[in-house]
Ligand binder design. Structure first.
Ligand code: UDP
Ligand code: MG
Length: 335
């Protein structure tokens, strides 16, 4: 059996070598045949240099691909998965927050027949407010989305070859991994682990990015918010008709009532706000359709030592044999 490890790296120069050492130690101890598939997500530091030297002389076990710019972690995972040839694949972060030691446990569970083995981090040691917000978010979102999303479950998991193939068969441009993993199904098992602190470097998540990510989760896997817009519209129309009826009756009984501009103002502002919100929501979906119809590639490759995986014939890449710098593959598009 061959195990592939997919590692998206964005500005990880501080930790990537440590990661490489640790993961090799772990996998050697497990005496499993493995390959490391690094993805440099357009880092602006020396991550790519580090990857080049890590891969040098170990082409069979170490592959890397470097993007032309930062395309985001989702694209990184996708490229990494494309690169893999193993019978099982583990996706993990470069910062050692996903303890390599857990791979042993994942493999054991995989051998008992599971296609997806998920490591769920406990919220132990997190900031109280942050974990309360996440818990609330997941409770709300699971009422709405069509797939099951679980708090603490991230990208750290083992996937069988057929699960990887299933993921790769989904060409959508907006990739919300958490949802995709859940959508493909297969026999899945989850176990808990305690998240480690980042070994070096810093997190790429800012508060705004988290909020956006949360929106993605809500929009990516259902059209219920659109339904909600319809129901809300119906409800408000019903209220308006009733109110108009009541006012007409009142006017007939007591004559016209002039006061009431507050009600009017509240109604106008309230409805205006609601309309904006719904328009924004619809716009969000249309925006997604727009991106899907463009059919752009998920990422562009600047350089790789695994040209075959990205649809380039080996001879084109072979020119690179003498110097790593010549491995640059210009004008290559991947979808
Ligand atoms: N990452 C990436 N592209 C990005 C942002 C992050 O490939 O645009 C990688 C990063 O190098 C790391 C993993 O995704 O291996 C998780 O990122 P990070 O540790 O910053 O997130 P956190 O653990 O704080 O959620
Ligand atoms: Mg991290």
């Amino acid at each position: 059996m061959r195990l592939s490890i997919v590692v998206p790296c964005y500005n990880e120069e501080a930790v990537i070598e440590l990661f490489d050492t640790r993961i090799r130690e772990t996998l050697h101890a497990l005496s499993v045949d493995f390959e490391l598939c690094y993805v440099d997500d357009g880092s602006s530091d020396r991550t790519l240099d580090r990857l080049r030297s890590l891969a040098e002389g170990r082409e069979a076990s170490t592959r890397y691909v470097s993007f032309s710019r930062n395309f985001g972690k989702e694209a990184g995972i996708l490229a990494g998965l494309k690169e893999t040839t193993g019978d099982a694949v583990v996706i993990m972060d470069a910062d050692l927050q996903h303890p390599p030691e857990l791979i042993a446990q994942m493999l054991d569970l995989h051998r008992t027949g599971y296609d997806q083995v998920i490591a769920r981090r406990t919220r132990e040691g997190d900031k109280k407010l942050r974990s309360a917000v996440s818990r609330l978010y997941y409770r709300v979102i699971n009422k709405w989305v069509d797939v099951e999303l679980t708090d603490g479950v991230g990208d750290f998991r083992l996937l069988s070859r057929r699960a990887v193939d299933a993921l790769l068969s989904m060409p959508e441009y907006n990739r919300f991994s958490k949802g995709l993993f859940s959508w493909i199904g297969f026999d899945t098992v989850t176990f808990d682990y305690r998240n480690a602190a980042r070994e070096a470097g810093e997190t790429k998540w800012r508060f705004g990015a988290l909020v956006n990510y949360g929106m993605d989760g809500l929009i990516s896997f259902n059209n219920r918010p659109l339904r909600l817009a319809i129901y809300m519209g119906m409800l408000l129309s019903a209220i308006a008709v009733t109110y108009a009826g009541a006012i007409t009756v009142m006017a007939m009984i007591e004559g016209p009532q002039v006061p009431g501009y507050v009600t009017l103002l509240v109604a106008i502002v309230g409805l205006g706000g609601l309309q904006m919100l719904m328009l924004g929501l619809i716009g969000e979906y249309i925006g997604r359709i727009y991106y899907e119809t463009k059919q752009r590639p998920h990422f562009l490759v600047k350089e790789t030592n695994a040209p075959r995986a990205f649809g380039v014939s080996p001879t084109e890449g072979a020119a690179s044999a003498e110097s790593p710098a010549a491995a640059v593959i210009p004008r290559m598009e991947i979808r």
